[in-house]
Design a protein around this ligand. Structure first.
Ligand code: HSE
Length: 381
């Protein structure tokens, strides 16, 4: 099966490393014949080209593997590949979270597949397991640690007492962080992955911007002091819960008991949990980022296409996001504790523990408060 690879950076180079060296017979049949690169400096291989037409107009190329990152031109190239009757595999969460509906529709019209295992959870077989569970029963909830960079920062601060800036710099020097660290630390990366998990788990399409997002930019060593004193661990979660007429979806730091399975997930690891009726809770842990783990997921998708295993393309429903369903307690550290008096259960200096309120209510209060330095987390005891 001839493959055109778009992008030869962190993920793309991992793909050629695996496909060029793997001895498994079926993997040997996955032949990357052209590689789209950005500039001359990347023309390291005779398969490399800087002209996408060498891939999109080549009738022998059956599959396009998009590992470029960024929204454009990745989206246009994927749409054109599908229109040309080529299957598409993508590792690009940002692009696919924005354009999944359009690209899945195009795939259906052209009787080809779009697979996106690597877009979420790196090497962890998350999407494929959601799909397997969905063959038997509705996945009704998911939650977990979807971002390796922030988990690295959080667990380093937790273990060493180090500050946020220093831990972010360390994550960047290890190559975990996105080029723009805001995507990681402000939670946008988790929001894309939450959008895509909701799509796969619930067969619903929501826009990423509909999901409230709180990141870890404001996290400080004193938040870990509070957490430790109360036998809690801090993690950044993306979550989804499906109801008959709406879905609760949010991205936010959580404080969980230090006995929880997620508290044991450290460094740049991810841990993703699904819930459904007969399987109950199932947790998948592994490397959520990095060249070879993510490339592994791309190659798995390529193998599935080679073996003719069509990914189900479900009828997607539009459903309202409603975060006014489940009341929870929140930890809020703020310079304006008096602003939260109406919802406070206890106040200790600049730290508030709220009464049970919903994410929607908390979101309204945080926005109205206007304290840029505030840090909020759901307390899940
Ligand atoms: N920056 C992302 C992370 C890369 O740290 O999880 C993988 O999506």
């Amino acid at each position: 099966m001839k493959i055109g690879l778009l992008g030869h950076g962190v993920v793309g180079s991992g793909v050629t490393k695996i496909t060029d060296s793997c001895k498994v017979k079926k993997v040997r049949r996955l032949e990357v014949t052209r590689i789209l690169v950005k500039d001359e400096s990347e023309m390291t291989d005779q398969r490399c080209t800087m002209d996408v037409e060498d891939i999109l107009s080549d009738p022998e190329i059956e599959v396009v593997a998009e590992c470029m990152g960024g929204v454009e031109p990745a989206h246009t190239f994927c749409a054109r590949a599908l229109e040309a009757g080529k299957h598409v595999v993508t590792s690009n969460k940002k692009m696919f979270a924005e354009y999944a509906r359009e690209l899945l529709e195009l795939a259906k019209e052209n009787s080809v597949s779009v697979r996106y295992e690597a877009s979420c959870g790196g090497g962890i077989p998350w999407m494929s397991n959601l799909e397997r569970i969905g063959r038997l029963e509705q996945v009704n909830g998911f939650r977990g640690i979807f971002n390796g960079t922030t988990n690295y920062i959080i667990s380093r601060m937790e273990e060493t007492g180090a500050g946020f800036e220093e831990s972010l710099a360390q994550a960047q020097s290890l190559g975990y962080a996105e080029r723009d660290p805001s995507d990681d630390i402000d939670g946008f990366d988790v929001r894309y992955k939450t959008t895509l998990s909701a799509l796969k788990a619930f067969s619903i399409y929501v826009k990423p911007s509909e999901i409230p997002v709180y990141g870890i930019r404001g996290i400080r060593p004193e938040d870990f002091v509070y957490a430790k004193k109360n036998h809690l661990a801090i993690r950044l979660f993306g979550t989804g819960q499906l109801y008959s007429d709406c879905a609760e979806l949010w991205v936010m730091p959580v404080m969980i008991t230090d006995m929880d399975v997620f508290a044991d997930v450290r460094s740049n690891f991810n841990a993703l949990e699904s819930s459904s009726a007969t399987l109950g809770r199932a947790v998948f842990i592994g490397q959520g980022a990095g060249s070879l783990p993510t490339a592994h997921a791309v190659v798995q998708d390529l193998l599935d296409i080679y073996q003719g295993q069509d990914s189900l393309i479900p009828e997607l429903r539009r459903i309202p996001v409603n975060n006014d369903v489940t009341p929870m307690r929140f930890y809020i550290r703020t310079e304006k504790p008096e602003f939260f008096a109406g919802i406070s259960e206890s106040v200790e200096g600049n730290v508030i523990l709220t009464k049970e309120i919903t994410v929607a209510k908390m979101d309204d209060m945080m926005k109205a408060c206007g304290d840029e330095s505030a840090f909020a987390a759901v307390v899940m005891k």
